[in-house]
Design a protein around this ligand. Structure first.
Ligand code: MIC
Ligand code: SF4
Length: 654
């Protein structure tokens, strides 16, 4: 049969279900990754599963998000993660070793394998020809325990690349073009598969920039073939043995197709406050810039930073620009240091940050009020930088470097007029590699003796109660379209409370409405359910399951939205919250914040396999219908009050 690359890899991993479009399949997961901000909860949940050791080929626990360590909380989390890793056979990547996606690409990503990560940008490793999917921590915990990962068998979009990028145009501009076309909504259940002659003109880090930001479109994942370029990358990483050539069949059939002629692309930017708000850099030229941040899991590779360094050779950052560089990994930092790139960056005035997420998640380098900040990362949601009124533009490293020199948004192609030649940077044939920041688990026999260290910041994973018969509650908040998980529960400075759900819950919807918590608490104390009403594409962005756990903790049993994003919907189900959608979107307009809502017989409806329920707005004395699209397993999970309760029940029954 003629197969796409996605089908070839997925079909080899199916352990439940059949590979028919839009049906649910369970796949075997070969590798998992977690990062610290989602990891503590994932491992607390894993511990609750009472499995003596991870059952994957490889599981890695990275520390890269919460590395600021103001107060004891981050350090407590890190020590907990390190000891859990030793106990259960997980590789531990210490703080300072790099951002999970960049490091995984360098050291572990393997063509043809499956990777599940508790971070939405896990598809970065799709740049190496693997099926790499972002999920909530609980799904990753289940995979570590040897359970399948359930997903909708995807529809596949062929992105056909032809031609070759011109100087000053980068891989970031390719994915911004994809975002311009597909936008940030309406792509749930699809995979982007890249093919065509243009593929061989892109390095693995270029490909990874593209698969990384496919997450912003909401697709399940993105994948590139594994070819000679992949081989060269793996050889340079000292991992030639991990190479397998992989490609789609010539006549494979796709659900949709989009062609990009790379030679016609020009520098692009995602303007505030959405990665889908794509503009030409030339249309923004001249806008004064306050900050330029280069790094994040999207654009922090050796080639990215060496390109910037060479553009900046002999130049100084404009006085109005605060210039920040965060390499993607220790490997990148060491290699650019050895090859002279770091000296060029420092001499240009770069402020060097740890190889961690840092500025990207807003836990450092928040710009000044109303700042214009040019960043090479992947998300520019309102307030994510830590400064609510900052205007963040997402750009390529080339465009970022141009602004460092000129102090204003500048089409990098115009640098030629200033006598700056485009530096063609090639990847080293062999990277300098030092894996000493990975701590390998002790041999199985010695693991029993490991004591897990739990500082005061480590709480219990909160549990939920089974779904009640009826919902009687209030619309505690009504939000619009494209509400992201950054709106639902902020990261940045608040992220240190990830292991303390009662405390973290106080910041729910903080960016949107800082009175939400007060109202929700009042309802909860009065025995009423809190109900969140939302527009299109609710839960965009991160995989953070706290956007479900904290609402659950505050007594939210249903979310009523026009549509929902994949990872967030799965997280809601995992924590026993019913994801409902308006059957008629116009009903959204009739519901207001503060309205009383009742859903009689919701439990019975979920149990009996129905797909619709009647919602009564008791304030306006009117009713409408809402739908739910759940698999049989989802229903059982929701009835039990979440996956942990469901698994506990299954354990008892066996
Ligand atoms: C993000 O980029 O938003 C994060 C922080 O990496 C999240 C994970 C988290 O919230 O911990 C993600 O992308 O999933
Ligand atoms: Fe870290 Fe930013 Fe990447 Fe999220 S998007 S993993 S915060 S670098």
């Amino acid at each position: 049969m003629r197969m796409t690359l996605t089908e070839k890899i997925l079909n080899k991993h199916i352990v439940e279900g059949t590979p028919t479009k839009s049906s649910t399949v369970g796949i075997r997961i070969d590798q998992t990754l977690t990062q610290d901000a989602t990891g503590t909860m994932a491992y607390l949940q894993f511990e609750a599963m009472h499995v003596p050791t991870v059952k994957t080929d490889l599981s890695v626990s990275y520390v890269d998000h919460n590395t600021i360590q103001i107060g004891y909380e981050n350090a407590d989390d890190h020590r907990y993660l390190q000891t859990v890793a030793a106990k259960y056979g997980i590789v531990f990547s210490r703080a300072g070793n790099g951002i999970c996606h960049q490091v995984h690409l360098e050291r572990f990503g393997t063509p043809g394998k499956t990777l599940l990560g508790s971070d939405s940008h896990t598809p970065t490793s799709g740049g190496l020809g693997m099926i790499a999917i972002g999920a909530g921590g609980l799904d990753v915990a289940v995979a570590m325990a040897g359970g399948p990962f359930y997903l909708t068998y995807p529809k596949i979009i062929k992105i056909n690349l032809v031609g070759k990028l011109r100087p000053w145009v980068g891989a970031k501009d390719i994915i911004l073009k994809v975002l311009e076309h597909f936008t940030t909504k309406g792509n749930v259940g699809y995979v982007f598969e890249y093919t065509g002659p243009g593929v061989s003109t892109l390095s693995v880090p270029d490909r990874a920039t593209i698969t990384n930001m496919g997450a912003e479109c909401g697709v399940t994942t993105s994948v590139f073939p594994s070819d000679d370029i992949t081989k060269a990358f793996l050889v340079a990483q000292g991992r030639a043995k991990d190479f397998t050539p992989l490609t789609a069949d010539e006549d494979a059939v796709y659900d949709k197709e989009f062609t990009i002629d790379l030679s016609t692309l020009e520098p692009l930017a995602a303007a505030p406050h959405s990665p889908g708000n794509v503009r030409k850099v030339s249309d923004l030229k001249g806008m004064p810039v306050d900050q330029v941040c280069i790094g994040s899991c999207t654009n922090s590779s050796y080639t990215d930073l060496m390109t910037v360094a060479k553009i900046l050779k002999g130049k100084k950052a404009a006085p109005n620009v605060s210039f920040v560089v965060a390499p993607g990994s220790k490997e990148v930092l060491e290699n650019i240091t050895r090859d002279g790139g770091l000296a060029l960056l420092l001499s240009a005035g770069a402020r060097l940050m740890d190889p961690t997420c840092g500025f990207c998640i807003g836990n450092s380098q928040s710009p000044k009020s109303k700042a214009v900040s040019l960043r090479t990362n992947n998300r520019n949601f309102e307030g994510r930088s830590g400064t609510k009124d900052a205007q963040v533009y997402l750009v390529s490293p080339q465009t970022a470097a141009a602004a460092v020199i000129t102090g204003v948004i500048t089409d990098p192609r115009t640098l030629e007029k200033k006598g700056i030649k485009y530096p063609r940077v090639s990847m080293p044939k062999k990277f300098y590699i030092d894996d000493s920041m990975f701590i390998l688990p002790p041999p199985p026999k010695k693991r029993e003796a490991v004591t897990i260290v739990r500082g005061p910041n480590i709480g219990e994973p909160p549990s939920n109660t089974p779904l009640p018969e009826n919902i009687v509650g209030q619309v505690t908040i009504k939000v619009g379209d494209l509400t992201t998980t950054d709106h639902i529960i902020p990261a940045g400075a608040r992220m240190k409370f990830r292991s303390n759900v009662p405390k973290y819950s106080e910041f729910l919807f903080e960016v949107v409405d800082n009175k939400f918590y007060e109202r929700a608490k009042k309802n909860k104390d009065a025995g009423l359910h809190n109900i969140i009403v939302a527009g299109l594409s609710y839960g965009q962005g991160s995989s953070r399951e706290h956007a479900a756990i904290c609402p659950m903790y505050m007594g939210v049993k249903v979310i009523l939205a026009k549509s929902m994003e994949r990872i967030h919907k799965a997280n809601l189900i995992n924590f026993g919250i019913v994801p409902l959608t308006f059957t008629n979107e116009k009903d959204y307009d009739t519901v207001s914040q503060g309205d009383g809502l009742e859903i009689k017989g919701l439990r019975a409806a979920v149990a009996s396999g129905k797909t619709k329920v009647t919602v009564t707005d008791t304030t306006n004395q009117k009713s409408f219908t809402a739908a739910f699209d759940l698999t049989e397993r989802d229903r059982q999970i929701i009835l039990a009050g979440g996956t942990l309760n469901y698994m506990g029940r299954q354990e008892k029954n066996t």
